[in-house]
Design a protein around this ligand. Structure first.
Ligand code: SAM
Length: 267
């Protein structure tokens, strides 16, 4: 019989809906899930659907050095290295960094400069200043308390040069919380036979289920960030100018985009 239960190595305990903890992300990105992550976010299709949005944005701001704080399996780090940006790749999950390093070698023979660090203590492990920090692929959502969010944003701010920019994206949780879920799965979750859908949502938890063709299932528990809340936090930690794009467009109807991309300028 096919096992449709969650992967045994992902431990959510007796009541998964009570798991609302920033530190839990390292238990969620277990090896089995990391291996499948690239199946989930098919690199070729993601490359096509994203186009040159981030590369153009960075080039238009004359960015040379980038700190990718949510490297994951390395999609953006590899893309940016290909485009000639000096890139340092950070993640709090060692499994993700191992996979990213392998991917760097396999896609173009790049040797990724990886740093294992948690955002909340980023400046302890990362030295130097960058023109840009990127936190992409709906990663900031893993922080469950406002204190952690403020701490992480302050650390991102501190590692930027005086005129640096932060690019941070998120799912459009307002649309999910207010209208239910209707992702077209166009942008980030592009694997053909893979579904990513919310199993449970309230103002404090978005629990997503990822189902793969081999019938395996994994989950992520995330905090449903509202757009205006994130914008307020970005301003409060000191970012001076802020633009939010919806699915790569600068004008959009509130409910429409699947993903929101915030571009915050330090000066
Ligand atoms: N950016 C990649 C992408 O788009 O494919 C990965 C996105 S994945 C949803 C989120 C990543 O953020 C994971 O690799 C996870 O380990 C990392 N992460 C989550 N919370 C973190 C934290 N507090 N410190 C460092 N990394 C964290």
């Amino acid at each position: 019989m096919t096992d449709l239960t969650s992967h045994p190595a992902q431990a959510f305990g007796a009541d998964p809906l009570q798991v609302r903890d920033t530190d839990h992300y390292t238990d969620e990105y277990v090896t089995g899930f990391v291996e499948k992550w690239d199946e989930l976010i098919d690199w070729k299709k993601r490359y096509e659907s994203e186009g040159s949005f981030f590369v153009d944005l960075l080039k238009s701001r004359r960015v040379k050095s980038v700190l990718d704080v949510a490297t994951g399996t390395g999609f953006h780090s590899v893309r940016l290295l290909e485009e000639g940006f000096e890139t340092v790749s950070v993640d709090g999950s060692p499994e993700m960094l191992v996979k990213a390093f392998e991917n760097g070698k396999n896609y173009g023979g790049h040797i990724l400069q990886v740093v294992h660090a948690d955002w909340r203590w980023l400046n302890r492990d990362v030295h130097g200043e960058f023109d840009a920090v990127i936190c992409l692929g709906n990663s900031f959502t893993h922080l469950f308390s406002e204190r952690d969010r403020r701490k992480a944003l302050a650390e991102f701010y501190a590692v930027l040069k005086h005129d640096g920019i932060l690019i941070l994206d998120q799912r459009n949780y307002d649309a999910i919380l207010d209208n239910g879920f209707s992702s077209k799965h166009t942008y980030y979750y592009c694997g053909d036979a893979v579904t990513a859908e919310p199993e449970y949502i309230d103002e404090g938890l978005a629990r997503f289920r990822y189902s793969f063709p081999d019938h395996s299932q994994f989950h992520l528990n995330m905090y449903p960030l509202r757009k205006d809340y994130v914008r307020r936090l970005l301003r409060e930690v000191g970012f001076q100018r802020l633009e939010t794009y919806g699915d790569f467009q600068d004008t959009f109807a509130e409910d429409e985009p699947d993903f929101l991309i915030h571009v915050a300028e330090k000066s």
